[in-house]
Design a binder for this molecule. Structure first.
Ligand code: NOJ
Length: 882
């Protein structure tokens, strides 16, 4: 008994605890400054609001269910059963008495990981490049329906963290590009789709997991750095609000059911026990009503994580397969002895179950989990970690429906044409050559490398947990050849990047068009293909790709470069190379890769626009991944001193208006992309709406409800005699019931629960609301539409085409970016000569800046200008906001 209590107690958040009594709420984050960066405390953890719009019914259903649970059942729902302790990458305990099977959490953002008969969708980054809201909702809906039909309850995606601060960040590709506005819309639309399909979405990773290096201590030790704590992203309050938190606020507004806290520290407090982030920003200010789950092994404390706002631990064990948990028995005990207040465990479970009901699930109507993550075979051990319970685990349920059509379309519409001297679209070319390994298949098969941890054959997704098994992979070689055969073209491909003389003699033949393929891969930090620890070592092309392109272009004046990549690569020389007639960024498009590409190369679909800047060098971005620890063996300190100035905001600051050829200006700017027609922008109109001033939220919350009663008799919490204990499995039961002392809530080694936790952490009385809070998404008036902007777009070319108008806003003021994205649309199929109207609503939040003093969004006095056009640097229309 004593040991258990000590485990809970010894895991206090030292930083939060130390700062606890000094500072009242709300406190802004201080400016980033290495070891001095700290995270102010925010307690108590906000409890659910029964009247939160969109959650009312779910709240009522959850309340009814949770009120009938025992303490052990409640703890079971908050605690994973341990790594490989069930069929999914994460499962919580069951409530057999009420017929609730183990809830299943499964990766990931582009399809179901460790699965079969599922689809492999485009990555978030390629999806973003379509700038198409209806495609984002469709993608989410398809993802959510595949999850539901496999018996997955929580899909671990979509992603907006990393946002993409570092151009070489390994997992940027999982998210929707590094502009918070674009990422926020895409994140929210994906959440909407997933949840409409009956699956809980999990927006991740909250927050500031901007690089793979040093995100986890064990991993970093593995590649030679004996650090003792994970990296701290040190970021100021304004930047958190205006850049990194922004997309998550949109997801909360869209009703997201769950949010995953990340591995890293934020201002020297681990993200999964950072009370300012979870309690303050997410639950109080953003009004998040769902549950926070930890990333896998990202929980580093027990009671203090619960107090700081963590609701569910994943996969449940302290480290994989230790058989011990910070929650489980420790949480049971902590509630019994009063360290964790009863209302807090109730709120944890309310949040989990309300999310469950919110997406339309019901206890008695759940699809059984009909697959197993740990074997491809029909039979397997349910507890694969310890070879227990052999049974049929894979039922081969095909959940793909007609999603291939969406994947092909989205892959095409997310392909970006960066350069085109008129060679595209191809039209029955006489002789087509395709060069490069990236056009072909992996000799080991599309799923030949576990979690796609290699770069063999064509690149259609990244590596890591954000992957799935391809049901098939249409390579560019196959798809282009199919088209060539239909057209009667002559077709030859060479897929060996090093077959230089064969390539030279092929592409130099008369009338040859050469499509040369190269790629650049990245992914999650536990895999390191070619020495890339998740993050990319550089932003050049892999496998001799740059030499390959140069060889082809030196021998062929009709060279088309196709790049598959997880982010920018250096295209500077190719942009001006006279023999390179076109450059196409085909992203990471998923299973229909080749077909999507053919649809663009042959002009059957309209392409996308780049969701990030293509800089002339890695250094040109101003920031990059930190690859050497800078704080001895203590937590590496990553100071985000650039604030909001990432990607185009940085380029616009250091090289405003500079031409492409400049060393500092982008080769291709954010939002850029060529298409099949030309568009004229005219007639910018601004309508000011009468929204009135913003009223800061005032008043107090209700008191924290405690739901149901529970026995205080330790004898009721022992390991039940009728259950066979499985090794390493995490249970809620107490290991000993011999002592009543720890349950008394009295002093233990001179320390009471009150002293142990930061001030206010156990206070369940009504709490003051913060001024920017209110509903899911924050103060409702943040979303008042203050300006409605319209512009006319006319197709001045010869073919039907999609336009992607973009609206940028200059907030004014000496320290603000030149301009930021605040509106866009993809208007499809505009006929030659046809004019359409682009309309964008500017909300109060859109035109505001975060004021750290008042802790509110404010419209500053500085004059504001809107710009409308076709990229962040091609903005023919502009006007002052009245
Ligand atoms: C760690 C990754 O960071 C996260 O994205 C993923 O969902 C979990 N592992 C589970 O696989």
């Amino acid at each position: 008994m004593k040991t258990s209590f000590l485990l809970a107690a010894s895991t206090a958040t030292i930083l939060d605890f130390a700062a606890a009594n000094a500072l009242p709420n709300p406190q802004p984050y201080p400016p980033p400054h290495s070891n001095e960066a700290y995270s102010p405390p925010f307690y108590p953890s906000p409890w659910m609001d029964p009247n939160a719009p969109g959650w009312e019914q779910a709240y009522a259903q959850a309340k009814e269910f949770v009120s009938g649970l025992t303490l052990l059942e409640k703890v079971n729902l908050t605690t994973g059963v341990g790594w490989m302790g069930e069929k999914c990458v994460g499962n919580v305990g069951t409530v057999p008495r009420l017929g609730l099977r183990s809830l299943c959490m499964q990766d990931g953002p582009l399809g179901l990981r460790f699965n079969r008969y599922n689809s492999a969708f485009a990555t978030g980054l390629t999806a973003a490049a379509s700038w198409s809201r209806h495609l984002w909702v469709d993608r989410g809906t398809a993802l959510g329906s595949e999850a539901k039909n496999k018996g997955v309850d929580v899909l671990l995606g979509p992603v907006a963290g990393p946002l993409g601060r570092n151009p070489n960040g390994g997992r940027n590709v999982e998210g929707f590009g590094n502009d918070p506005y674009l990422a926020g819309v895409a994140l929210a639309d994906t959440v909407t789709g997933i949840q409409n399909a009956g699956t809980v979405a999990c927006a991740k990773h909250f927050l500031l997991n901007e690089q793979e290096h040093f995100r986890q201590v064990g991993e970093a030790n593995g590649y030679g750095y004996p650090i003792k704590e994970a990296l701290s992203s040190n970021v100021d309050d304004k930047t958190i609000h205006e850049v990194y938190g922004w997309p998550f606020q949109d997801a909360v507004k869209a009703g997201v059911g769950s949010i995953m806290c990340s591995y890293n520290q934020v201002n020297n407090s681990y993200a999964c026990q950072n009370s300012k982030l979870l309690n303050g920003l997410l639950k109080e200010e953003y009004g998040f009503q769902g549950f926070v789950m930890s990333d896998w092994q990202a929980q580093h404390a027990g009671v203090s994580t619960a107090a700081a706002g963590l609701d569910m631990t994943m996969p449940g064990d302290t480290l994989f397969n230790t058989g011990a948990s910070y929650f489980g028995s420790n949480l049971t005990l902590a509630v019994l002895n009063g360290t964790v207040p009863e209302w807090r465990i109730d709120d944890m479970v309310m949040r989990i179950m309300a999310s469950f009901f919110k997406v339309g699930k019901s206890i008695n109507n759940l699809v059984d989990t009909n697959f197993d993550s740990w074997t491809d075979g029909e039979f397997g051990y349910v507890q694969a970690a310890v070879n227990e319970n052999w049974e049929k685990v894979n039922y081969g349920v095909d959940v793909r429906a007609d999603h291939a059509n969406h994947i092909r379309e989205a892959g095409a519409k997310g392909t970006v044409i960066l350069k085109n001297n008129g060679i595209l679209p191809l039209n029955k070319p006489k002789f087509l050559t395709v060069i490069g390994e990236d056009a072909g298949s992996n000799p080991a098969g599309p799923n030949g490398c576990g979690d796609r941890g290699c770069d063999d054959g064509t690149l259609a997704m990244e590596w890591g947990s954000g992957t799935t098994n391809f049901p098939y992979l249409v390579t560019p070689d196959t798809a282009i050849q199919n088209q060539a055969l239909q057209d009667g073209s002559r077709y030859e491909s060479i897929l060996n990047n090093y077959a230089t003389s064969a390539i030279q003699s092929l592409v130099s033949q008369p009338e040859a068009i050469a499509i040369v393929f190269a790629n650049s891969d990245s992914g999650e930090g536990y895999l390191h293909p070619d020495g890339n620890e998740g993050d990319r070592k550089n932003i050049t092309l892999w496998k001799n790709g740059d030499d390959l392109i140069k060889t082809v272009a030196a021998n062929n004046a009709k060279t088309i470069v196709v790049v598959h990549s997880t982010g920018p690569v250096i295209l500077k020389d190719y942009a001006v190379h006279p023999n390179i007639s076109a450059i196409v960024w085909a992203g990471t498009p998923g299973q229909e890769s080749g077909n999507s590409l053919v649809d663009i190369l042959y002009g059957k679909q309209s392409p996308g626009r780049t969701p990030f800047t293509w800089g002339p060098s890695l250094e040109s971005y101003g920031v990059q991944v930190m690859t050497t620890p800078n704080n001895g063996n203590n937590a590496p300190q990553d100071d985000f001193t650039e604030g909001a100035f990432i990607d185009y905001r940085y380029f616009d600051k250091v090289a405003p208006g500079k031409p492409r050829s400049s060393d500092k200006a982008p080769t291709y700017e954010f939002g850029f992309g060529l298409s099949w027609s030309t568009f004229k922008f005219s007639n910018l109109q601004i309508q000011k709406n009468n929204a009135g001033p913003l009223n800061p939220t005032t008043g107090k919350t209700i008191a924290a409800p405690a739901l149901g009663t529970f026995s205080k008799n330790l004898k009721d919490y022992g390991f039940p005699k009728n259950i066979r204990r499985i090794k390493e499995f995490i249970y809620p039961y107490l290991s000993s019931t011999s002592s009543g002392q720890a349950a008394s809530g009295d002093s233990h080694y001179g320390q009471t629960a009150k002293q142990f936790l930061p001030a206010g952490a156990t206070d369940g009385s009504p709490q003051p609301r913060s001024p920017s809070s209110g509903e899911p998404g924050g103060n409702r008036q943040l979303y008042d539409v203050i300006y409605t902007i319209t512009a006319t777009i006319t197709n001045t070319g010869k073919v039907m085409d999609d336009a992607v108008p973009q609206l940028y806003l200059s907030h004014g003021g000496p320290n603000e970016p030149v301009r930021v994205l605040r509106g866009f649309d993809r208007i499809e199929r505009i006929a030659p000569g046809q004019s359409v109207t682009f309309k964008a609503d500017l909300t109060r939040r859109d035109i505001s800046n975060w004021d750290t003093k008042t802790q509110q969004w404010v419209v500053t006095k500085f004059p504001k200008t809107v710009y409308v056009g076709s990229s962040s640097r091609d903005l023919p229309l502009s006007a002052r906001l009245p």
